[in-house]
Design a protein around this ligand. Structure first.
Ligand SMILES: Nc1nc2c(ncn2[C@@H]2O[C@H](COP(=O)(O)OP(=O)(O)OP(=O)(O)O)[C@@H](O)[C@H]2O)c(=O)[nH]1
Ligand SMILES: [Mg+2]
Ligand SMILES: [Zn+2]
Length: 309
């Protein structure tokens, strides 16, 4: 008889599935029959970490995935600019955290904006973490405050953290309680370090201090869904440099910028892309100072990148 479980790690070859064995939680290594791979050509991974699956147990102690249950939601991205395939980073999540550091490496607002657009488009609740605040100089602190005010005004909670600051870790712990969350961000920002700090029972490998300098070096190689001692699940993912958008049309992009929702109603043309058209409500709102220049700049850059597809 098939059992129900949840994918906690995937190496491409094997899928680690956690399931309830009546005596408690167990894990089993499962394979995925080839027929699943053929189903969705555009996806580089037909099964994602966080997926609920039905599996059969084999005599040799491994399992075989029989069915993938419908996803409540998922976080998806194009791996690189030129890549046609899309990768599901995480499935069935309650909250996605964009993790950035204030220094080493520097916070990238473009990454945040692309990530947030995807969360809006795929209906995932999103938050922002600015880590390594212990490294912040005075102007970095001002910048972190600016980013916090800006994104909180748009409806995205922002947490400033440091692995050396207990209070900030407690606030983070509270946010992670009793739900499934995922950490997404560039390599070296401290995703795994934060996870290790908030749960003493977790001890995952973290990067050397200099790791962030070496382009392409990732300490975490596979995403893993971890059960937190104080309740909840947290997915640690490998660092990503770019957050490529999937299946978003130019005409709908402004729907995923909360500050553009009202102004876009004033546009003269209903297929307005808010980039050059006369009578544009969004451009007017920008000129009147109601839309942050960096956010509008991100909007234009993303719009440009969508046109290239
Ligand atoms: N000063 C300072 N260093 C930190 C902080 N958080 C993490 N680091 C350091 O940053 C480096 C990278 O940390 P990791 O946790 O491996 O980063 P990651 O985001 O998991 O990186 P990938 O797994 O490659 O995606 C390590 O040397 C950590 O010790 C922090 O709050 N302050
Ligand atoms: Mg890591
Ligand atoms: Zn417009």
């Amino acid at each position: 008889m098939a059992k129900k479980g949840r994918i906690v790690e995937s190496t491409g070859q094997w899928y680690e599935v956690s399931y309830d064995d009546n005596d408690g939680m167990q894990t089993i290594n499962c394979r995925l029959p080839g027929r699943f791979r053929l189903k969705d050509h555009d996806l580089t991974n037909p099964v994602a970490v966080g997926d609920y699956v039905q599996f059969e147990m084999n005599d040799d102690g491994t399992g075989s995935i029989e069915e993938i249950e419908d996803r409540k939601n998922y976080l998806i991205r194009k791996s690189t600019h030129y890549d046609t395939g899309a990768q599901i980073l995480a499935a069935n999540i309650d909250c996605a955290f964009a993790v950035q550091s204030i220094r080493k490496p520097k916070l990238k607002q473009g990454f945040l904006d692309r990530f947030l657009v995807t969360c809006e488009a795929y209906q995932i609740s999103a938050q922002i973490i600015i880590n390594k605040m212990d490294l912040a100089k005075e102007n970095d602190k001002e910048y972190a405050d600016f980013i916090t005010d800006l994104y909180e005004s748009l409806g995205y909670p922002v947490l400033k953290t440091s692995i050396k600051d207990e209070e900030s870790l407690d606030s983070l712990k509270n946010e992670l309680n009793n739900r499934t969350s995922v950490f997404v961000g560039p390599s070296g920002v401290g995703k795994t370090s934060l996870l290790n700090q908030i749960d003493p029972n977790i001890d995952r490998k973290v990067g050397d201090v200099s790791t962030y300098n070496e382009k392409g070096v990732h300490t975490t190689t596979f995403a893993k869904l971890l059960k937190l001692t104080h309740g909840g699940y947290l997915m640690d993912t490998p660092g990503i440099r770019e957050f490529g958008l999937v299946n978003i049309e130019p005409w709908e992009l402004s729907l995923f910028f909360p500050e553009m929702l009202e102004p876009r109603k004033q546009c003269k043309f209903n297929n307005c892309t808010h980039s050059h058209e006369p009578g544009c409500g969004v451009m007017q709102a920008f000129e009147d100072g109601h839309i942050d220049p960096d956010r509008y700049d991100s909007y234009l850059k993303i719009l440009d990148s969508l046109d290239e597809d």
